[in-house]
Design a protein around this ligand. Structure first.
Ligand code: SAH
Length: 393
């Protein structure tokens, strides 16, 4: 077993059970990609077992802070069982959910989503890459399923020195999958869809939106960055008469239109616009259009805190435009999934948008990701999705 020694004073975050060790905190030691290492403080005290990543800034990801723990197949079996046991208690209103959410489930770099009978996994760090076969077999054993598709095509693989990889890891067949979410039927393609195929983290916010559209009697709804129309179906279910989905992805919009029909809604109530959101919002303002409810769920504008300033301007701009297009008494459901933009900063950005619009509004709700994408006490970096539900004054 190879040992990594931490610089004096740099052991504190590990003692607080934070799972990342940066290259700059390491005094000495090295190992192969994904190899299990023993991490020690400068005085030789045990800190954790971890997986080594030779090229990443995050040089070691902790597996366990328990010196007696062995990192073997049984370890992965236990971690997977623990993650699944929690999911079973969360009351998830869907047959699609995140089963493993990386660090929060004690499996750094591993993301596993279940879509009905199909599992989709992302192996995003050297540790889980090295244990891939063990993890794949254990995931099937723990769920009783036979199909596992790999979507290790995320950019972060580059930082780990890992090539992108996709395809069936276990089982095979059609990559098109049908799921249910709340009372809605949805479809996705695990090979072609964004991330692992769908944005499961917004599940409860889509339900909240349906309920709010109904409660506030919203008739005209603009769903910006709609992807496959989850919020559009929710709006129709909430009683909206006219819903516009805007996205720059043609295939996503085609699926959004199909979802409207699949859920029994008149396709005449839905319009799919293949366009840039910002430009469309400006055009709508020029045309003097107004809406009862608007969703703004953009992609990650700030991948890291370093991009926060530029991202802040982009968030502020779309929120200002959105608020301008809302009727008084209308609803804005606005989100940021940038880890680099915290909830306080996001609130400030939206406040700035309100000042410029100009308008004020009640914050009806502050929301985050669904609980199957957990945040843990010891890993604040796990917080990424934040949203505000605003009632325009
Ligand atoms: N709200 C969706 C998820 C949105 S993900 C859901 O509930 O499923 C963000 C989406 O923004 C992606 O579908 C992406 O294609 C789209 N997108 C990114 N940049 C865009 C732009 N400039 N204009 C329009 N859509 C954009």
């Amino acid at each position: 077993m190879k040992t990594i020694v931490i610089r004096a004073g740099k052991e504190r975050s590990l003692q607080r059970r934070h799972p990342w060790i940066f290259e700059s905190s390491i005094a000495r030691g090295g190992a192969d990609a994904g190899e299990t290492v023993r991490v020690e403080a400068a005085d030789g005290a045990f800190l954790c077992w971890g997986a080594f990543s030779p090229t990443s800034q995050i040089r070691v990801r902790a597996w366990s802070f328990d010196e007696a723990q062995r990192i073997d197949a049984a370890f992965f079996e236990q971690r997977i069982a623990r993650a699944l046991a929690v999911r079973a208690r969360l009351g998830i209103q869907s047959n699609a959910m995140r089963l493993i959410h990386g660090e929060a489930d004690g499996l750094p770099g591993l993301v596993v989503d279940r879509y009905s009978d199909t599992l989709v996994a992302q192996f995003l760090a050297n540790g889980v890459e090295r244990w891939k076969d063990v993890i794949a077999d254990q995931l099937l054993a723990a769920t009783g399923l036979s199909r596992l598709y790999e979507r290790s095509d995320a950019q972060v693989r580059d930082l780990e020195g890992l090539a992108q990889k996709t395809g069936w890891l276990r089982g095979g067949g059609a990559t098109e999958v049908a799921i249910s979410e709340h009372q809605w039927q949805l479809t996705l393609d695990v090979a072609e869809g964004h991330k692992t195929g769908y944005y499961l983290d917004q599940r409860d916010n889509r339900k909240k939106f349906a309920d709010s559209v109904r409660q506030y009697g919203c008739k005209t709804v603009l769903n910006c960055y709609s992807y496959t129309g989850g919020f559009s179906v929710a709006a129709l279910a909430g009683g909206a008469e006219e819903v516009i989905s805007i996205d720059s992805s043609g295939p996503a919009l085609a699926r959004a239109s199909a979802h409207v029909v699949l859920n029994g809604f008149d396709p005449a109530r839905h319009q799919a616009l293949d366009a840039d959101v910002n430009a469309t919002l400006r055009a709508f303002i020029k045309e003097g259009r107004q809406f009862d409810a608007i969703v703004l769920d953009p992609p990650k504008f700030a991948p890291t805190a370093a991009h926060a300033e530029r991202a802040a301007r982009a968030y502020k701009d779309i929120n200002r435009l959105g608020l301008m297009l809302l009727k008084p008494g209308g609803l804005l459901f606005t989100f940021s999934c940038s880890g680099g933009v915290g909830p306080e900063l996001f609130h400030k950005i939206v406040a700035g948008a309100g000042l410029d619009a100009p308008c004020d509004g009640f914050i009806l709700d502050r929301v985050g990701a669904t609980p199957d994408h957990p945040q843990t006490i010891c890993f604040p970096e796990g917080e990424y999705l934040k949203g505000l539900l605003i009632l325009k004054s």
